[in-house]
Write a protein that binds this ligand. Structure first.
Ligand SMILES: Nc1ncnc2c1ncn2[C@@H]1O[C@H](COP(=O)(O)OP(=O)(O)O)[C@@H](O)[C@H]1O
Ligand SMILES: [Mg+2]
Length: 272
Protein backbone atom coordinates (compact mmCIF):
# COMPACT_ATOMS: atom_id res chain seq x y z
CA UNK A 1 0.00 0.00 0.00
CA UNK A 2 1.24 3.46 -0.89
CA UNK A 3 1.85 6.19 1.69
CA UNK A 4 -0.94 8.35 0.31
CA UNK A 5 -3.70 6.70 -1.70
CA UNK A 6 -6.49 8.52 -3.47
CA UNK A 7 -8.98 6.00 -4.84
CA UNK A 8 -12.09 6.58 -6.90
CA UNK A 9 -12.60 10.10 -5.60
CA UNK A 10 -15.51 12.18 -6.90
CA UNK A 11 -16.28 15.63 -5.58
CA UNK A 12 -19.60 17.32 -6.17
CA UNK A 13 -19.94 20.88 -4.86
CA UNK A 14 -23.31 22.30 -3.94
CA UNK A 15 -24.64 19.31 -2.03
CA UNK A 16 -24.83 21.27 1.23
CA UNK A 17 -28.61 21.65 1.04
CA UNK A 18 -28.64 25.16 -0.43
CA UNK A 19 -30.58 25.49 -3.66
CA UNK A 20 -28.53 25.91 -6.82
CA UNK A 21 -26.37 24.07 -9.25
CA UNK A 22 -24.29 21.12 -8.26
CA UNK A 23 -20.87 21.05 -9.85
CA UNK A 24 -19.00 17.85 -10.53
CA UNK A 25 -15.46 19.06 -9.82
CA UNK A 26 -13.63 15.71 -9.65
CA UNK A 27 -14.49 12.37 -11.20
CA UNK A 28 -12.85 9.02 -10.45
CA UNK A 29 -9.54 10.43 -9.24
CA UNK A 30 -6.97 7.70 -8.61
CA UNK A 31 -3.35 8.22 -7.76
CA UNK A 32 -0.86 7.21 -5.11
CA UNK A 33 2.16 9.00 -3.71
CA UNK A 34 5.10 7.22 -2.11
CA UNK A 35 6.78 8.43 1.05
CA UNK A 36 9.36 11.10 0.26
CA UNK A 37 8.13 11.50 -3.27
CA UNK A 38 7.48 14.83 -5.01
CA UNK A 39 4.30 14.46 -7.04
CA UNK A 40 3.20 17.32 -9.30
CA UNK A 41 -0.44 17.82 -10.24
CA UNK A 42 -0.64 19.64 -13.53
CA UNK A 43 -3.83 20.82 -15.17
CA UNK A 44 -5.79 23.74 -16.56
CA UNK A 45 -7.44 26.28 -14.30
CA UNK A 46 -10.65 24.99 -12.73
CA UNK A 47 -9.84 21.30 -13.19
CA UNK A 48 -9.92 20.60 -9.46
CA UNK A 49 -6.26 20.71 -8.42
CA UNK A 50 -6.96 22.80 -5.32
CA UNK A 51 -9.92 20.60 -4.49
CA UNK A 52 -7.67 17.53 -4.42
CA UNK A 53 -5.28 19.29 -2.02
CA UNK A 54 -8.18 20.39 0.18
CA UNK A 55 -9.39 16.79 0.35
CA UNK A 56 -5.92 15.46 1.24
CA UNK A 57 -5.53 18.28 3.79
CA UNK A 58 -8.85 17.22 5.33
CA UNK A 59 -10.64 20.56 4.71
CA UNK A 60 -13.05 18.95 2.25
CA UNK A 61 -14.60 15.48 2.18
CA UNK A 62 -14.78 13.45 -1.02
CA UNK A 63 -18.33 12.84 -2.24
CA UNK A 64 -17.30 9.32 -3.23
CA UNK A 65 -14.12 7.29 -2.88
CA UNK A 66 -11.42 7.09 -0.24
CA UNK A 67 -8.22 8.85 0.74
CA UNK A 68 -5.80 6.89 2.88
CA UNK A 69 -2.73 8.34 4.55
CA UNK A 70 -0.28 5.84 6.01
CA UNK A 71 -3.05 3.24 5.96
CA UNK A 72 -5.68 5.35 7.75
CA UNK A 73 -8.63 7.29 6.36
CA UNK A 74 -8.22 11.09 6.47
CA UNK A 75 -10.96 12.55 8.66
CA UNK A 76 -9.83 16.17 9.10
CA UNK A 77 -6.89 18.56 9.07
CA UNK A 78 -3.72 17.69 10.99
CA UNK A 79 -0.46 19.66 11.23
CA UNK A 80 1.35 16.63 9.75
CA UNK A 81 -0.38 17.43 6.42
CA UNK A 82 0.46 21.09 5.89
CA UNK A 83 -0.82 23.38 3.17
CA UNK A 84 1.23 26.14 1.52
CA UNK A 85 -0.85 28.65 -0.46
CA UNK A 86 0.03 31.10 -3.20
CA UNK A 87 -0.41 34.00 -0.76
CA UNK A 88 1.87 33.69 2.27
CA UNK A 89 -0.72 34.94 4.84
CA UNK A 90 1.80 36.14 7.44
CA UNK A 91 0.73 38.21 10.43
CA UNK A 92 1.75 41.72 9.30
CA UNK A 93 2.16 42.96 12.88
CA UNK A 94 4.64 40.22 13.82
CA UNK A 95 8.33 40.03 12.94
CA UNK A 96 9.73 37.13 10.91
CA UNK A 97 10.82 35.21 13.98
CA UNK A 98 7.51 35.88 15.78
CA UNK A 99 5.57 34.67 12.74
CA UNK A 100 7.67 31.50 12.71
CA UNK A 101 7.41 30.95 16.48
CA UNK A 102 3.67 31.70 16.55
CA UNK A 103 2.70 28.03 16.16
CA UNK A 104 4.96 26.64 18.90
CA UNK A 105 3.80 29.47 21.23
CA UNK A 106 0.06 28.92 20.81
CA UNK A 107 0.53 25.16 21.00
CA UNK A 108 2.37 25.75 24.28
CA UNK A 109 5.24 23.54 23.17
CA UNK A 110 7.21 22.48 26.21
CA UNK A 111 10.63 22.84 24.67
CA UNK A 112 10.68 26.42 23.38
CA UNK A 113 14.47 26.40 23.22
CA UNK A 114 14.41 23.49 20.79
CA UNK A 115 11.71 25.25 18.76
CA UNK A 116 13.80 28.45 18.63
CA UNK A 117 16.81 26.42 17.52
CA UNK A 118 14.80 24.72 14.80
CA UNK A 119 13.47 28.12 13.68
CA UNK A 120 17.00 29.49 13.42
CA UNK A 121 18.13 26.48 11.40
CA UNK A 122 15.17 26.58 9.00
CA UNK A 123 15.49 30.36 8.51
CA UNK A 124 19.16 29.81 7.72
CA UNK A 125 18.43 27.08 5.10
CA UNK A 126 15.85 29.40 3.54
CA UNK A 127 18.30 32.29 3.27
CA UNK A 128 16.52 34.32 5.93
CA UNK A 129 19.34 34.41 8.49
CA UNK A 130 19.69 38.02 9.66
CA UNK A 131 16.09 38.91 8.76
CA UNK A 132 14.51 37.62 12.00
CA UNK A 133 13.53 41.08 13.26
CA UNK A 134 12.09 42.37 9.98
CA UNK A 135 8.37 42.78 9.43
CA UNK A 136 6.63 41.19 6.42
CA UNK A 137 6.22 44.58 4.67
CA UNK A 138 10.01 44.94 4.72
CA UNK A 139 10.48 41.72 2.73
CA UNK A 140 10.18 40.85 -0.96
CA UNK A 141 7.41 38.51 -2.14
CA UNK A 142 9.83 35.59 -2.39
CA UNK A 143 11.12 36.19 1.13
CA UNK A 144 7.59 36.36 2.52
CA UNK A 145 6.79 33.04 0.88
CA UNK A 146 9.98 31.59 2.42
CA UNK A 147 8.84 32.73 5.87
CA UNK A 148 5.49 31.03 5.26
CA UNK A 149 7.30 27.82 4.29
CA UNK A 150 9.51 27.97 7.40
CA UNK A 151 6.40 28.48 9.54
CA UNK A 152 4.84 25.35 8.07
CA UNK A 153 8.09 23.35 8.42
CA UNK A 154 8.19 24.18 12.14
CA UNK A 155 5.46 21.56 12.62
CA UNK A 156 7.68 18.95 11.02
CA UNK A 157 4.96 17.96 8.55
CA UNK A 158 5.12 14.58 6.88
CA UNK A 159 3.22 15.84 3.86
CA UNK A 160 3.50 19.25 2.22
CA UNK A 161 0.55 20.26 0.08
CA UNK A 162 1.66 23.15 -2.10
CA UNK A 163 -0.98 25.03 -4.11
CA UNK A 164 0.81 27.03 -6.82
CA UNK A 165 3.04 28.43 -4.06
CA UNK A 166 5.32 30.33 -6.44
CA UNK A 167 2.62 31.39 -8.89
CA UNK A 168 2.66 35.04 -7.83
CA UNK A 169 6.43 35.47 -8.08
CA UNK A 170 8.53 36.79 -10.95
CA UNK A 171 10.35 34.22 -13.10
CA UNK A 172 13.78 34.57 -11.52
CA UNK A 173 12.52 34.52 -7.93
CA UNK A 174 10.38 31.57 -8.86
CA UNK A 175 13.40 29.61 -10.03
CA UNK A 176 15.29 30.44 -6.84
CA UNK A 177 12.30 29.23 -4.83
CA UNK A 178 12.17 25.98 -6.78
CA UNK A 179 15.86 25.38 -6.06
CA UNK A 180 15.26 26.21 -2.42
CA UNK A 181 12.38 23.75 -2.23
CA UNK A 182 14.61 21.02 -3.66
CA UNK A 183 17.26 21.87 -1.04
CA UNK A 184 14.67 21.65 1.76
CA UNK A 185 13.39 18.39 0.35
CA UNK A 186 16.99 17.08 0.20
CA UNK A 187 17.38 17.75 3.90
CA UNK A 188 13.95 16.88 5.34
CA UNK A 189 12.52 14.52 2.66
CA UNK A 190 8.87 15.42 3.17
CA UNK A 191 6.32 13.90 0.83
CA UNK A 192 5.13 16.72 -1.44
CA UNK A 193 2.10 17.19 -3.65
CA UNK A 194 2.85 20.24 -5.73
CA UNK A 195 0.06 21.85 -7.74
CA UNK A 196 1.01 23.94 -10.75
CA UNK A 197 -0.01 24.77 -14.28
CA UNK A 198 3.62 25.43 -15.22
CA UNK A 199 5.17 22.53 -17.13
CA UNK A 200 8.80 23.54 -16.41
CA UNK A 201 8.07 23.80 -12.73
CA UNK A 202 6.39 20.38 -12.62
CA UNK A 203 9.27 18.69 -14.45
CA UNK A 204 12.03 20.46 -12.54
CA UNK A 205 10.63 19.48 -9.15
CA UNK A 206 8.74 16.25 -9.44
CA UNK A 207 9.42 12.52 -9.51
CA UNK A 208 6.09 12.03 -11.25
CA UNK A 209 3.61 14.35 -12.90
CA UNK A 210 -0.12 13.65 -12.91
CA UNK A 211 -1.86 15.46 -15.77
CA UNK A 212 -5.52 16.32 -15.21
CA UNK A 213 -8.28 16.92 -17.70
CA UNK A 214 -10.45 20.03 -17.63
CA UNK A 215 -13.55 19.90 -15.44
CA UNK A 216 -14.73 17.47 -14.34
CA UNK A 217 -11.15 16.81 -13.29
CA UNK A 218 -9.93 13.32 -14.10
CA UNK A 219 -6.42 11.91 -14.04
CA UNK A 220 -5.54 11.84 -17.67
CA UNK A 221 -2.01 10.63 -17.67
CA UNK A 222 0.86 10.03 -15.29
CA UNK A 223 4.45 10.66 -16.35
CA UNK A 224 7.60 9.55 -14.54
CA UNK A 225 10.35 12.19 -14.56
CA UNK A 226 13.45 10.04 -14.84
CA UNK A 227 15.91 12.83 -14.25
CA UNK A 228 18.49 12.28 -11.52
CA UNK A 229 18.93 14.30 -8.34
CA UNK A 230 20.27 16.64 -7.20
CA UNK A 231 18.93 18.74 -10.05
CA UNK A 232 20.00 22.21 -11.11
CA UNK A 233 18.69 24.55 -13.80
CA UNK A 234 20.88 22.89 -16.42
CA UNK A 235 18.56 19.85 -16.48
CA UNK A 236 16.02 22.10 -18.22
CA UNK A 237 18.05 22.07 -21.43
CA UNK A 238 18.66 18.32 -21.55
CA UNK A 239 16.98 16.32 -24.35
CA UNK A 240 15.06 14.25 -21.79
CA UNK A 241 13.59 17.36 -20.19
CA UNK A 242 12.64 19.01 -23.46
CA UNK A 243 11.03 15.82 -24.76
CA UNK A 244 8.90 15.49 -21.61
CA UNK A 245 8.08 19.19 -21.79
CA UNK A 246 6.88 19.00 -25.35
CA UNK A 247 4.71 15.99 -24.55
CA UNK A 248 3.13 17.67 -21.51
CA UNK A 249 2.49 20.92 -23.39
CA UNK A 250 0.58 18.94 -26.01
CA UNK A 251 -1.47 17.20 -23.32
CA UNK A 252 -2.35 20.54 -21.72
CA UNK A 253 -3.06 22.26 -25.01
CA UNK A 254 -5.60 19.58 -25.87
CA UNK A 255 -7.38 20.36 -22.60
CA UNK A 256 -7.26 24.12 -23.13
CA UNK A 257 -8.52 23.92 -26.72
CA UNK A 258 -11.41 21.81 -25.62
CA UNK A 259 -12.76 24.78 -23.62
CA UNK A 260 -11.52 27.81 -25.57
CA UNK A 261 -14.50 29.55 -27.08
CA UNK A 262 -16.63 26.45 -26.68
CA UNK A 263 -19.39 26.21 -24.10
CA UNK A 264 -18.58 24.22 -20.97
CA UNK A 265 -19.67 20.61 -20.85
CA UNK A 266 -23.09 21.25 -19.29
CA UNK A 267 -23.87 17.59 -18.96
CA UNK A 268 -21.38 17.65 -16.11
CA UNK A 269 -23.12 20.47 -14.25
CA UNK A 270 -25.75 18.53 -12.42
CA UNK A 271 -29.02 20.31 -11.75
CA UNK A 272 -29.73 20.55 -8.05
N1 LIG B 1 -16.49 25.53 -2.46
C1 LIG B 1 -16.89 25.39 -3.74
N2 LIG B 1 -18.19 25.47 -4.08
C2 LIG B 1 -18.60 25.31 -5.36
N3 LIG B 1 -17.79 25.07 -6.39
C3 LIG B 1 -16.47 24.99 -6.12
C4 LIG B 1 -15.94 25.16 -4.80
N4 LIG B 1 -14.58 25.02 -4.85
C5 LIG B 1 -14.29 24.79 -6.14
N5 LIG B 1 -15.40 24.76 -6.90
C6 LIG B 1 -15.46 24.50 -8.35
O1 LIG B 1 -14.79 23.25 -8.59
C7 LIG B 1 -13.99 23.32 -9.74
C8 LIG B 1 -12.55 23.04 -9.38
O2 LIG B 1 -12.02 24.10 -8.62
P1 LIG B 1 -10.50 24.14 -8.12
O3 LIG B 1 -10.21 22.92 -7.35
O4 LIG B 1 -10.32 25.43 -7.41
O5 LIG B 1 -9.69 24.13 -9.49
P2 LIG B 1 -8.14 24.49 -9.79
O6 LIG B 1 -7.45 24.60 -8.48
O7 LIG B 1 -7.66 23.37 -10.66
O8 LIG B 1 -8.15 25.78 -10.54
C9 LIG B 1 -14.21 24.72 -10.32
O9 LIG B 1 -15.20 24.63 -11.31
C10 LIG B 1 -14.70 25.52 -9.14
O10 LIG B 1 -15.50 26.60 -9.54
MG1 LIG C 1 -6.42 26.19 -7.64
Amino acid sequence: MAYLEISGVDKVFGTDGKPGQKVLALEGINFAVEQGEIYALLGPSGCGKSTILEIVAGFERPTRGTVLFDGARITGPEPERAMVFQQPNLFPWLTVIDNVMFGPRVQGQSDMRAAAKRAGHLLEICGLGGFEKRYPYQLSGGMRQRVAIVRVLMNNPRVLLMDEPFGALDALTRLTMQELLLAIWGELKPTIIFVTHDVDEALFLADRVGVMSRRPGRMKREVGVEIGRPRDVDVMITPKFTALKSMLIHELRNEAQATDGAPQDHTKILTG
